[in-house]
Design a protein around this ligand. Structure first.
Ligand SMILES: N[C@@H](CCC(=O)N[C@@H](CS)C(=O)NCC(=O)O)C(=O)O
Length: 207
């Protein structure tokens, strides 16, 4: 019984879940299923997630896969502050950020940070794909910062699941020589400073 997170700390999606768990003050165990070593595709993990991905969460015998489901489940069942905005419009802002990141953000950002940090994992350093990744990542950040507008967070005055999706990939982009180019988007620098100050972000470094 209890709460177990399957997935290693270098995974941006795992970090999204871990930041939420820290924000909630939850107690949990973590099994470091290592993506770099191909462990999500080992038989014992395929029983948890048939498509060979992390994160996976088990809560009192109930298994949840896919980050969007994990985040809304944990936000609902765990005590503590909520990261799902109250109003339909702010909820839509958070969900748009989540969906934009999933559909257009993670892949393009990974082709930028992967180029420098995990070239073998992304199949080698391809300059054309890096160039496209930079443009696509900037477009994603531009659209997410438009959703944020003049608010401090993407979905309004409070931190939401949408912010928690974007933050870990930005931490990897920040380690690359292309950070300045990708991050030169209106509204980004204030948001990024706020995120980097969060204790939940500081205590979940990728490793
Ligand atoms: N749709 C999944 C995506 C998760 C995902 O892409 N996880 C990566 C690590 S950040 C992974 O497990 N990759 C293993 C692989 O593709 O071999 C979700 O939302 O949880």
């Amino acid at each position: 019984m209890g709460l177990t997170l399957y997935g290693f700390d270098a995974s941006p999606y795992v970090r999204t879940v871990k930041i939420l768990l820290r924000e909630k003050g939850a107690t949990f165990d973590q099994l470091q299923v290592n993506v770099m070593k191909g462990e999500p595709h080992h038989p014992e993990h395929l029983k948890r997630h048939a498509f060979g991905k992390v994160p996976v969460v088990e809560h009192d015998g109930f298994r949840v896969i896919e980050t969007s489901a994990i985040m809304s489940y944990l936000d609902a069942v765990l005590p503590g502050p909520t990261f799902t905005p109250d109003t339909p419009r702010d909820r839509a802002r958070s969900q748009m950020a989540q969906a934009i990141y999933d559909s257009y953000g993670y892949g393009s950002m990974a082709s930028v940070f992967g180029y420098y940090l995990f070239p073998d994992f992304i199949g080698g350093q391809n300059d054309e794909s890096l160039k496209k990744g930079i443009e696509a990542s900037k477009l994603v950040l531009t659209e997410l910062m438009k959703l944020k507008g003049s608010d401090p967070f993407i979905a309004g005055k409070s931190l939401s699941i949408g912010d928690l999706y974007l933050a870990p990939a930005c931490a990897y982009l920040a380690m690359t020589p292309d950070a300045e180019t990708v991050f030169s988007v209106e509204g980004f620098s204030g948001w990024w400073e706020t995120i980097q100050d969060l204790p939940s972000f500081k205590t979940t470094p990728p490793q």
